[in-house]
Design a protein around this ligand. Structure first.
Ligand code: MG
Ligand code: ZN
Length: 429
C-alpha cells in the first residue's frame, strides 16, 4: 500500500495524471465567446430580486481556474477555430485552423483518441454541427469556411475503420444533403438513425445517431426554443450513459458568441441561460455517475461586454429581462409597423422614453430603416440597461475554467487553453 501511495504521489508531483485518476466518461462543454463578464452578468440576470442574497449560479458552483486563449501568432486575439483546435488537441494554431497546426498538418484530437480507445463519442451544438468549434474535434481543414469538406470529414475521417463521431446533434442540414454528396444517406447506410424534427428527439433510442434540426444554425434561444441545448444535452447523456467503454462528448453553447458579436445583451443572457441549464444537467449526471469528469470553459470572450456603462454605477437587469426578442426580429417588426410604440410593446415590457421614441423614429425614416433600426434598438437597450460593449469582435481576456467530478482538481489555477486539452488527453490515452 505504501509503495502504491508514494508512486501515485510521485506521479501527481511530477504533473502526470495517474491512470487511477482517469475518469470513465468526459463531458466537455464550451461556451463560445463566454468570457468572465458573461458569467458575472448571468448571475445578476438570474438573481431572485425577492431575496437580499445574490444567488450563485451553476458556473459559480464549479469554478476551478483560468485559461489563456491567445493563438499561435502575435495578435493575442483568437478566433473560435484556433481556440477550439487548442482545446481539442493541445496544440496552438492560427486563426481559422480546424485541427491543423501552423503548417496546416492535421493534429490528433481528444475525440479521435477517445474513439481509438473504444470510447463512444458525441458532438452537440446549437450552431451547424460542422461549425468551427465542433469541427475542431472530428475534422481537419486549413479553413473553418470549408463547411462541405468539414461535413465530409464526419464520414471520411475514419478511426480504426469507424466513423469518428457516434452521436451528432445540431444544425446544418444544407451541408449534409448536398447536390454533390448526400451525406445523410451515407450516414444511414452506416447504421445511423437520422432525424431532422426536433420534436422527434425522444424517438432516438440507440446509437449511432445524427440529428440535424436546422438548415444552418438553430434560431436564437430568445426567439424560439429557449432550452434547445438543454433538451439535446439531456438526450445525449441518456444515450451515452448506456455505453460500456466510457464516452467523450463535447457540448457547445455556440451562440453566446453570436449575441456578443451583435452586442445584443438580451440575446446573450438567453443563450447563457440555456447553457447554464445544460451544465446543471451535466453536473447532475456526474453526481449520479461519479466516474465522470465535467470540464466547462470558453474559447475566448466576445464583444468586450461591460456590466455598467456611461459612468453610471448600476446595471439594470429588469430592462434586459423585459426584452423578449433579439434585436434583428425586433428591428424588422419596427420597420414594418405603422406605430413604433405599439410594435415595441409587443416585444418589450418597458415603454420607450420620448427621446428613445424619437431615436427609433429617425432610424425608421433613414435610407436603410431595417439596418438603422437594428443598430438603434440595441443602442436603446444597452443605454437603458447600462450595458457596455467595446467591439463587434473577440477580445483576448483570459477565460474561466470550470470543472466537476473525477479529477476536477487537475484544472485548478492559471493554465493555457492547450493545458486543458493536454490534461484531458492524459486521461483518455
Ligand atoms: Mg463555436
Ligand atoms: Zn466569434
Amino acid at each position: 500500500m505504501k509503495t502504491k501511495y508514494s508512486l501515485i504521489s510521485a506521479c501527481i508531483f511530477a504533473g502526470f495524471a495517474h491512470a487511477d485518476d482517469a475518469p470513465q466518461n468526459i463531458i466537455y462543454m464550451i461556451g463560445d465567446g463566454m468570457g468572465p463578464a458573461f458569467t458575472t452578468a448571468y448571475r445578476y440576470y438570474q438573481d431572485n430580486p425577492e431575496t437580499k442574497e445574490i444567488e450563485p449560479t451553476v458556473y459559480d458552483s464549479i469554478l476551478m481556474g483560468m485559461a489563456k486563449t491567445y493563438p499561435d501568432d502575435d495578435t493575442f486575439v483568437t478566433d473560435s477555430a484556433a481556440s477550439a483546435t487548442a482545446l481539442s488537441s493541445g496544440i496552438k494554431s492560427y486563426n481559422g485552423a480546424i485541427a491543423v497546426d501552423s503548417e496546416k498538418k492535421p493534429v490528433k484530437t481528444m475525440l479521435e483518441m477517445a474513439k481509438a480507445q473504444g470510447m463512444t463519442t458525441g458532438l452537440v451544438a446549437t450552431s451547424q454541427i460542422n461549425h468551427a468549434t465542433p469541427a475542431s474535434f472530428a475534422a481537419h481543414n486549413e479553413s473553418r469556411r470549408n463547411y462541405d469538406d468539414i461535413a465530409d470529414d464526419y464520414l471520411d475521417n475514419k478511426i480504426n475503420g469507424q466513423l469518428p463521431v457516434d452521436l451528432l446533434l445540431g444544425g446544418g442540414v444544407r451541408y449534409f444533403e448536398r447536390e454533390d454528396r448526400k451525406l445523410t444517406e451515407e450516414f444511414e447506410r452506416q447504421g445511423y438513425q437520422y432525424i431532422t424534427d426536433f420534436d422527434a428527439l425522444p424517438s432516438l433510442q440507440t446509437l449511432p445517431a445524427l440529428g440535424l434540426f436546422a438548415d444552418k444554425a438553430f434560431p436564437f434561444a430568445l426567439d424560439e426554443n429557449p432550452n434547445r441545448l438543454e433538451v439535446m444535452t439531456n438526450k445525449a447523456l441518456s444515450l451515452l450513459q448506456r455505453t460500456d467503454n466510457g464516452f467523450f462528448v463535447m457540448i457547445e453553447g455556440s451562440q453566446i458568441d453570436w449575441c456578443g458579436h451583435a452586442n445584443d445583451i438580451a440575446c446573450a443572457m438567453a443563450e447563457m441561460d440555456d447553457f447554464a441549464k445544460s451544465i446543471a444537467l451535466a453536473k447532475a449526471y456526474v453526481d449520479a455517475h461519479p466516474d465522470t469528469l465535467l470540464v466547462v470553459t470558453a474559447d475566448h470572450s466576445t464583444g468586450g461586454l461591460t456590466i455598467g456603462a456611461d459612468g453610471q454605477y448600476r446595471w439594470n437587469t429588469d430592462v434586459i429581462k423585459g426584452v423578449r426578442q433579439t434585436a434583428w426580429p425586433l428591428a424588422m417588426s419596427l420597420a414594418k409597423a405603422t406605430d413604433i410604440k405599439q410594435a415595441w410593446s409587443e416585444s418589450v415590457d418597458w415603454a420607450l422614453s420620448d427621446e428613445q421614441y424619437q431615436q427609433l423614429k429617425d432610424a425608421k425614416q433613414s435610407e436603410e430603416p431595417a439596418k438603422a433600426l437594428y443598430r438603434e434598438v440595441k443602442d436603446v437597450i444597452n443605454k437603458q440597461s447600462y450595458t457596455g460593449w467595446t467591439t463587434k469582435g473577440h477580445t483576448a481576456v483570459d477565460v474561466q475554467v470550470f470543472a466537476y467530478g473525477k479529477s476536477a482538481q487537475a484544472f485548478a489555477g492559471s493554465q493555457n487553453n492547450t493545458d486543458i486539452a493536454n490534461k484531458m488527453i492524459e486521461f483518455i490515452r
